[in-house]
Design a protein around this ligand. Structure first.
Ligand SMILES: *Cc1c(COP(=O)(O)O)cnc(C)c1O
Ligand SMILES: [Zn+2]
Length: 378
């Protein structure tokens, strides 16, 4: 099988060095790619994302754009009276798991000779792409909604990227970036499938840390679904290579205030049917129109999983509990943990459950401070 881009809507396919971000028909592109990894070779490799080099769709994975992406610790946490295994992905260089995707995508961009990219995000993906752009010497224009946390804006600017603040909704920001992408390489975490082939390392690490005995369920936050879809690709590849014998149930968690996918899941729809949403504390997953919505629903259903919602009160309480236990994460990170607690309460007793902390609290000091009033006041 040759590595190629292929459209998820029509049958078209394109060479994997094509710089386009979508199909001529407007459809989302996936990457056809077959990893060839030798399990025994892993034993002697350093504990970084690059230990899975042969599973990454790069021409030269030995010379990546890297800031030193660690295999993230897997820590036990008690939720709803059960032990849940939680990957500490907020410990990544930019402070969020987005670096898994950015490291691979920007390595690929450099291989393709790309000198300038555009990206849009609610903050973390933009900060991550900007940092890897700085490392690679690739110019970045990062489009963000005007309401993005100041900490993330500073992070983007300090990396030397051009920051474009767009008034209106997250979808307005996406539209502005897509317009700019007509002329410049679109390093989109949502559209570009190389990003998902970076986030898939979440599944590789989790399975290897558990001696290739995956848990019964993996609970992940879902906005654009880049972690969930990456995990889906990763578990699928591990299954195909016979590293694991079954795929865990994928449990996606959305904020009740922005729960298009959970609503579509509940009524058995194939795709998102409405874009109604309210603001939420979980700004990182406030995505009213996920472009890979259809794929997310397919992946969750194929594993026998579920899409759960958590309320603003649950988000606040879970965040407070995380902080009180020493896990200083940003508010969006509370979503997956609140969802994991719900799943833990209803899963079969022997089932092992894994989840993730996705973003660092130091990125969102202002919004965390606002939850409890000014510092020093109760
Ligand atoms: C991006 C992000 C998410 C959700 O990722 P999606 O790809 O939108 O599903 C969750 N938590 C944090 C901290 C993020 O930055
Ligand atoms: Zn197409």
């Amino acid at each position: 099988m040759t590595t190629a881009l292929h459209c998820t809507t029509c049958a078209a396919s394109y060479a994997c060095d094509d710089l386009r971000f979508c199909c001529d028909c407007g459809g989302v592109l996936d990457l056809r790619f077959e990893p060839g990894l030798d399990q025994a070779a892993l034993r002697t490799r350093p504990a970084t994302l690059w230990r899975y080099a042969e599973a990454l769709p790069l021409s030269n994975a030995a010379d990546p754009v890297t800031l030193g992406e660690p295999v993230t610790p897997l820590v036990e946490m008690e939720l709803a009276g059960r032990s849940v295994l939680v990957k500490q992905d907020f410990l990544y260089p930019s402070g969020s798991y987005k670096d898994r995707g950015s490291a691979v995508l920007m390595s690929r961009a450099r291989e393709l000779g790309v000198a300038h990219v555009v990206e849009d995000s609610s903050g973390n993906a933009g900060a991550s792409i900007a940092m890897y752009g700085a490392r690679a010497g690739i110019r970045c224009d990062i489009y963000v909604p005007e309401t993005t946390s100041p900490g993330k804006l500073v992070q983007i600017e300090r990396s030397g990227a051009r920051l474009v603040r767009v008034p209106g909704s997250r979808e307005d920001t996406a539209a502005a970036a897509r317009h700019a992408a007509q002329r410049t390489f679109y390093a989109s975490h949502c559209w570009n499938p190389y990003f998902l082939h970076g986030t898939k390392t979440f599944a590789y690490e989790l399975c290897e840390q558990l001696d290739w005995q995956p848990p019964e369920a993996v609970v992940l936050p879902v906005g654009n679904g880049t972690l969930l879809l990456g995990a889906w690709i990763g578990f699928g590849e591990l299954l195909a290579m016979r590293f694991i014998e079954r795929t865990p149930k994928l449990i996606g968690v959305q904020a009740e205030n922005c729960a298009q996918l959970a609503r579509a899941f509940a009524v058995g729809a194939d795709d998102v049917t409405d874009t109604q949403s309210q603001p939420t504390l979980a700004e990182g997953i406030a995505i009213a129109a996920p472009i890979r919505g259809r794929q997310i629903l397919q992946a969750v259903r194929a594993t026998g999983g579920a899409l759960l919602t958590v309320s603003e009160i649950e988000l606040r309480e879970t965040l407070a509990r995380l902080h009180a236990r020493g896990f200083y994460v940003e508010p969006t990170s509370a979503a997956a943990i609140a969802g994991a607690a719900k799943w833990a309460a209803r899963a079969a007793p022997g089932d092992r459950i894994a989840s993730v902390l996705t973003g660092h609290g130091l990125k969102a000091t202002d919004s965390i401070a606002a939850l409890r009033g000014a510092p020093g006041r109760q």
